[in-house]
Design a protein around this ligand. Structure first.
Ligand code: MN
Length: 729
């Protein structure tokens, strides 16, 4: 790459005389239908590509630039718009060179940059290591990735030139490329209506994969026809003159030569010998009226002998997609089987306008949105080719966005899934399997870690990372999933999480009540439990605990029912409830949560709150969230700390005010690190000229440990205050 010259291009810092001229064939083709401004843009694109590929060689030793030039020449033959030609010239600069998409936007605008980017993405769609054998899905994915259909056209011409020069590649690569072409690019060319390119792509791939079969087939065709083109032309003329002499004035007759690969496919799929492949020669007759169709049929049946059972009247009985024509097979010139389709020009146009009509009878699935849009584009293309002599109109006609409402994604094994646009890895997980969605904890997109709310793009490979045990769903996920499968899955999980949290809280409440009389739920016999539950009027213990935990029933009333059911008397002198004992992060074997508002730690005066959403939550007694209710509501229970056996670590927030001096902050942090405490986060803000406020998140094992270290902070001369934040009033 010539960095200096590229830089000059980016700055547009050069004289016109310094620009390289376009190669002559490219120049001529451009001039034949594009204007001076467009010519200039194409010349700039050529210069840009030339310097970007400076020093690179193709496999055959020629300078690399010869490839993009050849690709642009194919597109020029198709009379494509200037932006497509520019993109073709630069289609490999993002891949191989140090060029960024932004550079292209600046110099050539969004359209050119997007086409180049799209072509690069398609090139990276390495399909050979995919298991997905549904070619239809792959094509849809490519169409959805392309967005702008010009991406597909440039990519097809790129592939065509690469196939035309495939002999330069090592054999193994030839095979990969040929397979890929047959699976993806040939069918794609058919979908966007580029019949000739499709035939050439398929024939080259076929010759490359099966050179012997191709040669045999070619020889067979040659010997059976003695020059196909001559024969086709002879039959065409004969058909035309018969129609004319019989007063069908305005008939057009076109030869439809089948390509080698489609003949081969027919032999293979229909298991017929070559001699029986009847439609080696196909013809289409276009006339002005339905009446003329039947008359034309009569006329050609009169001159050539029809083959039995091969006549089909799709005019009287159209195909389900609306396709209309007469089909017949004949023996022409006493030797050549030919297949003839007779249509009015109107029928022909209809068949080309609707996707269903055009592709519906060639591909299995015709109801897809992407195809529909591609078809609208296709009919627009045909129309604008017919109507516009002028190339800028044509460019307008082609600019239809393939903006898809679906994205197509690979699983790591290569299966393709389609999802709504905007889908995230969570949608993907639920699409693959509910179990996968239920246990997702992370994901990789194209083998890199990615956040769960990332919007997926067509062509990406998505790997879902799952937890070994069940994980809690996050209500925030509902904000970024787009599929109903994912939404329902998450809602279902949240609902059951709520129930299990309430049940846990209910268990703690009831156990702590019963404990005052020395009873535990596990001591109660099943038969007496049944009687007690019946007396309360609830069907199961789980239901009772859930209702207790969510505040629908009151703990001491239920406890009374248990006492009378068990025929024991409540112990005297136990007014108020016994405190719950916190062991690490459990109470009575039920996991608890430490409130984020007041951040209680081991040794604090604590209150347990039975929260309907989160189960048992431990607060600091002074926390303003619980203090006002502590003695009024059954769901607030005093809690004490059991032995801190596992040395559970708690988080705490400190607020420190110090003198505003250099080095003070690092001094304070070192007090914590020397005490072996982790500092999670530090926020400083200047209070005034003399003082700075510091807020820190610290990890500690107990309030005693915290007190020691806070004393050390306070003892520093520079400290004016150090206090713990516990969300007090
Ligand atoms: Mn290329």
């Amino acid at each position: 790459m010539n960095k200096k010259v590229l830089q000059a291009h980016l700055l547009k810092d050069f004289a016109d005389s310094e620009l390289l001229k376009l190669p002559n064939p490219t120049y001529k083709a451009t001039k034949s239908y594009l204007n001076g401004k467009e010519l200039k843009k194409i010349q700039l694109a050529y210069n840009f590509a030339f310097h970007a590929h400076d020093g690179q060689l193709r496999k055959d030793g020629t300078p690399y630039i010869s490839h993009p030039v050849a690709v642009s020449n194919i597109l020029l033959e198709l009379k494509m718009d200037a932006d497509s030609i520019c993109a073709a010239l630069m289609h490999d600069v993002l891949e191989d060179c140090d060029v960024h998409k932004n550079n292209l936007v600046k110099l050539f605008g969004n359209d050119v940059a997007n086409i180049v980017d799209g072509v690069s993405k398609l090139s990276n769609l390495n399909i050979t290591d995919r298991l997905e054998r549904d070619a239809n899905n792959l094509q849809k994915m490519a169409l959805a990735m392309a967005r702008d259909v010009r991406v597909i056209l440039v990519k097809l011409c790129d592939r065509l030139h690469n196939m035309r020069t495939i002999e330069n590649l090592p054999r193994a690569k030839q095979i990969i490329k040929s397979k890929e072409t047959l699976e993806l690019y040939g069918p794609l060319a058919l979908r966007v209506g580029m019949q000739d390119i499709r035939a050439e792509l398929e024939d080259i791939s076929f010759r490359c994969l099966h050179p012997l079969r191709a040669e045999m087939l070619e020889n067979a065709i040659k010997s059976s026809s003695g020059g196909r083109k001559k024969i086709v032309e002879k039959i065409r003329k004969e058909l035309k003159s018969h129609l004319q002499t019989n007063e069908i004035e305005n008939a057009a007759v076109k030869g439809r030569e089948k390509n080698l690969y489609s003949i081969y496919n027919k032999i293979k799929t229909k298991h017929k010998p070559f001699s029986e492949i009847l439609d080696v020669y196909g013809f289409r007759i276009l006339v002005d009226s339905t009446d003329d169709c039947y008359r034309a049929l009569g006329i050609i049946h009169n001159y050539f002998s029809p083959i039995e059972n091969k006549f089909k009247d799709y005019i009287a009985i159209p195909k389900s997609n609306g396709y209309q024509a007469l089909h017949t097979s004949l023996l022409a010139l006493n030797a050549f089987p030919i297949e003839v389709q007779i249509q009015t020009r109107g029928m022909w146009a209809t068949a080309n306008e609707g996707i269903a009509a055009h592709w519906g009878y060639k591909t299995k699935d015709s109801s897809h949105g992407v195809e529909l849009r591609a078809s609208r584009w296709l009919s627009g293309l045909i129309d604008s080719q017919k109507k516009s002599a002028n190339s800028s109109d044509f460019a307008e006609g082609i600019k239809i966005d393939l903006d898809s409402d679906e994205v197509y994604l690979f699983s790591p094994k290569g299966h393709i899934y389609s999802l709504k646009t905007g889908a995230t890895p969570i949608d993907f997980a639920y699409e693959v399997h509910t179990d996968l969605g239920d246990s997702i904890i992370g994901c990789k997109v194209n083998r890199r870690d990615a956040p769960l709310n990332i919007e997926l793009e067509s062509g990406q490979t998505v790997e879902i990372i799952i937890a070994k045990s069940k994980v809690e769903a996050n209500p925030a996920w509902l904000n970024f999933v787009v599929s109903s499968k994912a939404r329902n899955g998450i809602r279902h999980r949240l609902q059951s999480q709520k129930i299990s949290a309430a049940r846990k809280a209910g268990k703690v409440m009831l156990e702590s009540e019963l404990k005052r009389s020395g009873v535990s739920l596990s001591d109660i016999k099943a038969s007496s439990l049944r009687t007690i539950l019946d007396s309360i009027g609830v069907t199961s213990l789980t239901k009772l605990l859930t209702e207790l935990g969510s505040g629908k029933r009151t703990g001491n009333i239920i406890a009374e029912r248990f006492y009378s059911g068990l025929q024991i008397r409540k112990r005297a002198g136990t007014q108020g409830s016994n405190p719950l004992t916190i062991l690490d992060n459990h109470i009575e074997g039920v996991s608890i949560v430490f409130a984020k508002c007041c951040m209680p730690i081991y040794g604090d005066q604590a209150i347990a709150h039975s929260d309907t959403e989160r189960g048992i939550v431990i607060h600091h007694q002074k926390c303003k969230q619980v203090a006002p209710f502590a003695n009024k509501d059954q769901r607030y229970m005093p809690a004490i700390w059991g032995p801190n056996k596992k040395e559970y670590i708690y988080k705490v927030k400190l607020s420190i005010t110090t003198e505003n001096k250099i080095g003070v902050l690092s001094d304070i942090i070192s007090i914590f690190t020397r005490a072996g405490l982790n500092v999670d986060a530090v926020i400083t803000k200047i209070i005034d000229q003399n003082f700075t406020g510091i807020e820190m998140d610290i990890q500690v094992k107990s309030s005693a440990e915290l007190e020691v270290v806070m004393q050390k902070v306070r003892s520093k001369k520079t400290t004016s205050s150090c206090k713990r934040l516990i969300n007090e009033k």
